[in-house]
Design a protein around this ligand. Structure first.
Ligand SMILES: Nc1ncnc2c1ncn2[C@@H]1O[C@H](COP(=O)(O)OP(=O)(O)OP(=O)(O)O)[C@@H](O)[C@H]1O
Ligand SMILES: [Mg+2]
Length: 402
């Protein structure tokens, strides 16, 4: 007798359809026969039944899972979203009860289809995609590092469980499939190592079929993929979690450290300066966060309107001031105190001087960032912090009449 189900509950996040018109009385494998909302899309391999339904052009992925697994995945995806980590967006979950037949109860996870995502097979098999293959290695390593920093254990990292999307010439990796995952904050080294081992094994499996379809020299490179992702992961992880000792006169080195992390695509959320107990040396610990709201954050703290990248640079300065302030005052200083100082002691006086270089006030944030860059360059050359005033003098001298 064919299985017949009843919908026992459905939970949907605001902003999504209620999904009540879907044929919940049938297993997902039978939906294509009766449901006109279903669409075909590019997709990876899966053990579970996955269908895609379209509502006014917005596509949702529905995945059939054993009881309670749907809500587990849903909760984890919401957790990743609240930490601004790249993952498919959870839209809801449902529970279906077996009414007739010999199947079992099910849960269904509903996620928003990630538009313009490329499955890894396209990246490996299509000509012209070589550039992206290189990016894929960094994207995978970067995604794993980000998840691990957030205390997230994946448990089934693979190319099939990752989606790739082109992002201004780069490739961004997105997490799909949280069946085996859990938040274990902070994630210990044993679990990180286990995740890497699983990744290497899964990636070898993902690519086994592809290696036989390409030229031998390309096949050798492909077979190394898991190992290269692991190496890049290790490099990135140690760069991010490294602590270093500095002397109080070497404040510019904090800036250097933040810059290095920004260049790797990470935002520094907090800086801690801790006495090492060895002379006046301080230990610098940086805590990285993700998120692309720098522009809004800068605006709400200071009223300054800048591009996202410029804002990220300026916010790093504000955090630097905050760390120094906290140390000087021997209490924790707030972002607002640091932002006030930054605005009145650094940004406004600097742009007042730089205004002679342009007629457009919109150019000022960019000019300010260029001066910071210049200051960093001069400080590195002098092995000492040259200060903003000197950097502006030198900058004006070079560009005033250029
Ligand atoms: N929200 C989404 N957006 C785009 N594609 C999706 C989405 N959800 C699932 N997919 C596609 O469906 C495939 C299968 O999904 P998923 O990995 O979650 O299923 P699974 O059966 O749990 O897989 P596994 O066999 O690894 O357990 C994915 O590889 C992906 O290509
Ligand atoms: Mg999967």
């Amino acid at each position: 007798m064919p299985d017949s189900f009843g919908l026992s509950s459905i939970h949907v996040r605001q902003g999504n359809p209620d999904f009540l018109d879907l044929p919940w009385h049938l297993p997902l494998s039978r939906w294509p026969e009766v449901c006109r909302r279903l669409v075909e899309v590019e997709r990876g391999l899966s053990r579970h039944e996955v269908v895609f339904a379209s509502y006014d052009g917005v596509i949702y992925a529905l995945k059939e899972l054993p009881p309670r697994v749907g809500v587990h995945e849903y909760d984890l995806l919401c957790g990743l979203e609240s930490r601004k980590l790249p993952a498919v967006a959870a839209a809801g979950h449902a529970c279906t009860r077996l009414v007739q037949g010999d199947g079992g109860d099910c849960s269904v996870l509903i996620t928003r289809f990630l538009e313009s995502s490329l499955p890894y097979r396209t990246l490996f098999l299509n000509p012209g995609m070589e550039r992206y293959r290189e990016r894929l290695l960094d994207a995978m390593a970067g995604l794993l590092v980000r998840l691990h920093l957030a205390g997230f254990y994946w448990g089934d990292c693979s190319l099939s469980n990752t989606l790739f999307r082109r992002d201004a010439g780069e490739l961004q990796a997105y997490f799909v499939d949280a069946e085996t995952s859990a938040f274990r904050e902070p994630l210990d080294d044993g679990l990180r190592a286990q995740d890497l081992l699983i990744m290497m094994e899964n990636v070898a499996g993902d690519l086994a079929g592809i290696a036989s379809l390409v030229e031998p020299h390309e096949a050798a490179r492909i077979q190394n993929t898991g190992r290269v992702i692991r190496e890049r992961y290790e490099r990135l992880w140690s760069e991010i979690t490294r602590e270093e000792a500095i002397a109080p006169s070497e404040n510019y080195r904090i800036h250097e450290r933040i810059r290095a992390l920004n260049e790797l695509g990470f935002t520094v959320g907090e800086i801690e300066l801790i006495a090492t107990g060895e002379g006046d040396q301080l230990r610098v610990r940086t805590i990285v966060t993700d998120g692309d709201y720098h522009r809004h954050q800068l605006h709400s703290l200071t009223g300054v309107v800048a591009s996202n990248r410029q804002a990220a640079t300026m916010l790093n300065e504000i955090r630097e001031i905050r760390a120094t302030l906290s140390r000087e005052l021997d209490r924790s200083a707030s972002d607002s105190e640091a932002a006030y100082r930054w605005l009145h002691e650094r940004f406004r006086p600097a742009v007042q001087r730089l205004a002679s270089l342009t007629d457009r006030s919109d150019d000022l944030p960019e000019l300010y960032c260029q001066v910071l860059e210049h200051k960093w360059f001069l400080s590195e050359r002098a092995h000492a912090d040259v200060g903003l005033e000197r950097a502006i003098d030198d900058y004006l001298e070079r560009f005033q009449h250029a």
